[in-house]
Write a protein that binds this ligand. Structure first.
Ligand code: ARG
Length: 577
């Protein structure tokens, strides 16, 4: 649609100049003003003339009429001037000959863009905190982050994905103490991260105590944990060994989940990596006179920007989350030379990012405006909010497992003869969760309802993956497609082609707004349009071989576009379900 819009915009701009040669308007402006009418009766594109009224000193109604009379283009079959709008209907012949042909020629590059070429994007996402549970709350950062990566790659950017592991901090002191008290090498080796989480939860509960049950808080244990972390920071060998081991056990677990999602990272440089990179930044802050001492702590005052101060050093001189983020950003700029650095986290961290981005600006780093925080809303499960510290959490792994199990059950009934059943069940089960999650705009708070996510006939992952498999199955049965022209003869065919044609635009909008949900909704639009076409237009049983070939080509184009869009949102392409 981008090309079609451009050529029509050219003609409209000419029309405007015809009315007033001095009017300052170009085709790109017109592209931005074109709209999709809410109703198919009003055509495929609309151009509102209201804004031009002032420059052209005529009424919108007159302007629309004059431009409509002069507008003719191969891509357009009808133009009407209605109440100050140009309503444009696209030519089916043009669409048949251009859109489908382009899709079939470009295949997996159809919809891709070039505006990112030569630019580098660094994406910081997923970034779980080691030894704390990897739970459903991390679904957002993981799948939004990866989709943004895929989208940027699709637009030509070079991308570098960083898993900024939360692999440093007082939680390791706690874990070390808990492990020595209640754990064993054997138990951690066999039970893996579950054991670590159990130990972590146990020590947190012990430290907190339970006043209701008359169990007092254990300050001694808290003190001991701080001391062990301090030893770790000082490079104590035994603690370092344990720490490394805890990290590697956790990583193994995360990698399983990443594999299910088809995600890989370029770097796992976590918080610990930046320990020795912070002092230089703290010194710079001090040299620039930006650090203030407040109750013993070092802060950057942000009152001028209506924000609470950014904490740089605690009273005991230890560094904080923002300190590390500043050091990491400087390192990444120097080493990866990004044009844009994207951070995907829950909206609860909005203030944190706003604060340290501002500090980076105050430090005089000219790239401060290349930092982008992409927040998302909270996730709850059937209403229950998910906490990390209590142990009362839903692990992502368990959620995936449950979904896969349920899908396997459905498939055992629906398609008992399917080969590699487990693989398909995993793709559909995990896909259902990803799709359900990404169907919402990212800032919306989501209540996760498993039954809805897994349904085969709602607006779900299984529904769109099933649609993809349906297109594949038609194509497999058909074998080689005869060389015929694509001809659009029915409304369903026209609607399908027009939907497919919008892919590139959706990609651009999704990148501009950091919104993978645009792709999810696009996929649904395509699935709905394809299924209407499939049910109303005989494909294999079409009598005329030319019609059959044309419809098969349309089916193939749908498969390509759906597949390309699936790739952008971590959804696996299922040839058979
Ligand atoms: N580990 C953090 C958490 O789970 C997220 C890190 C986000 N990235 C960053 N550069 N701060 O809350």
């Amino acid at each position: 649609m981008q090309n079609i819009k451009k050529r029509i915009a050219d003609k409209i701009a000419q029309g405007v100049k015809g009315i007033n040669p001095d009017a300052e308007i170009n085709a790109a402006d017109v592209v931005g003003m074109l709209e999709y009418p809410p109703d198919a009766n009003m055509g495929d594109l609309a151009f509102p003339c209201f804004k031009l009224s002032k420059i052209l000193r005529r009424s919108p109604v007159q302007i629309a009429q004059v431009i409509a009379e002069g507008l003719s283009d191969e891509a357009v079959s009808k133009v009407e001037a209605v109440n100050g709008y140009l309503n444009i209907t696209l030519s089916n012949v043009f669409l048949s000959q251009n859109v489908v042909k382009e899709i079939l020629e470009k295949k997996e590059t159809y919809g891709s863009q070039t505006f990112g070429e030569g630019k580098m994007v660094v994406l910081d996402y997923s970034s779980p905190n080691v030894a704390k549970p990897f739970h459903i709350g991390h679904l957002g950062t993981t799948v939004i982050g990866h989709s943004l990566r895929k989208l940027h790659e699709f637009a030509g950017y070079q991308c570098y994905g960083i898993n900024y592991l939360g692999d440093w901090g007082t939680q390791f002191g706690k874990l070390i103490v808990a492990y020595r008290k209640w754990g064993s090498r054997e138990a951690v080796e066999t039970e893996g991260i579950d054991k670590l989480v159990e130990l972590y939860v146990r020590i947190n509960n012990a430290i907190k105590g339970d006043p209701e049950k008359g169990i007092p808080a254990d300050d001694g244990l808290a003190e001991e944990s701080r001391a062990e972390f301090h030893k770790l920071e000082m490079g104590d060998e035994e603690n370092l060994e344990l720490w490394k081991w805890f990290v590697s056990i956790s990583l193994k677990e995360y990698e399983r989940t990443y594999k299910q999602l088809g995600i890989e990272f370029d770097s796992y440089k976590g918080e610990s990596f930046y320990t020795d990179k912070m002092p230089a930044q703290v010194q710079k802050l001090r040299d620039m006179d930006l650090l203030k001492i407040d109750d013993g702590a070092s802060i950057v005052d942000l009152s001028e920007y209506n924000m609470p101060p950014c904490l740089i050093l605690k009273r005991d001189g230890s560094t904080l989350y923002p300190t590390r983020d500043i050091a990491a950003a400087v390192y990444r700029k120097e080493n990866y030379h990004f044009d844009k650095a994207i951070y995907v986290t829950s909206a609860q961290q909005c203030l944190h990012f706003a604060q340290w981005f501002k500090v980076v600006e105050m430090m005089g780093y000219p790239w401060y405006d290349e930092l982008v925080h992409v927040p998302y809303g909270t996730v709850s499960l059937n209403g229950a909010k998910l906490a990390t510290r209590t142990g009362n959490v839903v692990l992502l792994r368990d959620l995936f497992e449950l979904a896969v199990e349920k899908v396997a059950g459905i498939m055992a009934e629906k398609s008992p003869d399917l080969e590699n059943k487990m693989e398909v069940a995993e793709a559909v089960g995990v896909g259902a969760i990803v799709f359900y999650y990404l169907s919402n705009t990212r800032m919306k708070d989501i209540n996760f309802v498993m039954e809805e996510a897994l349904s085969f006939d709602g607006n779900t992952g299984p529904y769109v993956q099933y649609t993809y498999a349906r297109a594949c199955s038609v194509l497999n049965r058909a074998g080689a497609i005869a060389d015929a022209e694509v001809k659009i003869e029915s409304d369903e065919e026209a609607a399908l082609v027009k939907t497919l044609a919008r892919f590139g635009e959706r990609v651009c909008a999704a990148i501009a707004d950091y919104e993978p949900s645009y792709i999810t909704r696009f996929i649904l639009d395509v699935a709905v349009a394809f299924n209407r076409f499939y049910h109303n237009c005989p494909i294999m049983t079409a009598e005329d071989p030319a019609v059959r070939a044309s419809r098969l080509k349309l089916t193939e184009a749908t498969k390509i576009v759906l597949g390309n869009a699936f790739d952008l949102i971590c959804l696996k392409k299922t040839e058979k379900i």
